[in-house]
Design a protein around this ligand. Sequence first.
Ligand code: FE2
Length: 285
Amino acid sequence: MSAVNNSKRVREVVTTTPGVPATDGDGVRMTRIIGSQELNMLDPFLLLDAFESDQPQDYIGGFPSHPHRGFETVTYLLAGRMRHKDNAGNEGVIEPGGVQWMTAGKGIVHSEMPEQENGLLMGFQLWVNLPARAKMSEPGYQEYPPSETPLERHDNGTEIRVIAGTTSAGTRGVVSNEYVRPTYLDVTLPAGQVFEQPVDVADNTFIFVIDGELEIGDRSTALARRILGILSEGDHVIVKTVQGARFLLVSALPLKEPVARGGPFVMNTQQEIMQAFDDYRHNRF
Ligand code: FE2
């Protein structure tokens, strides 16, 4: 006879980072939160960039034509609009509350340009790794405007934009990914409220505070505005706020495979990276 343990394993903050200032694309200024010298990766998350500026010179150059291979890019905006175009003729505009989850697979060449000449542009790009068996799969998009991205509203004022995963109330995100079964939530939590989310015990999980300040876990560790907190192992995330806060909760199963990086290509071996550069040079994307 085995004992049944129904107690929750609440995740606590183990590491925090504010990221590092970075420039990418044609002079776009951003904060690189994952994928920097400070925090190389959090398997399967290879990169997290946060961009926020109301100064056109910080973003107007955008991200002209560039390739990707071997992973997925997730673009989520809080303000402003971005237009993307790729070499297969796909084109669209990403708006706040909408999401573009792009599977680069064996290769895509695209541009991501601001669809505005002034005003605030604010958002995130997350890179999610693909397992070896899917790195050379056909490219694809899961792209949804704000009207098709579920927004769960609670009586206490809590709002949860569900990009991927399922909330404790049962709202399912629009994006599916069976490789790492990601959760990607944008949570607005009013003053004095508590948020709770079950996650797979084996997931790697982070929280990024967009606004306000959070208290995380049973230890109520403070997590300040614009700070990323990596959470310990556990099956529940519990978050409180005194003054009110908005944050991203992102979680997924690690792939635990070798990672070889070469700029816009992420494969398993250095040889595959060399092959990617060669294929790109010879227009085989
Ligand atoms: Fe890109």
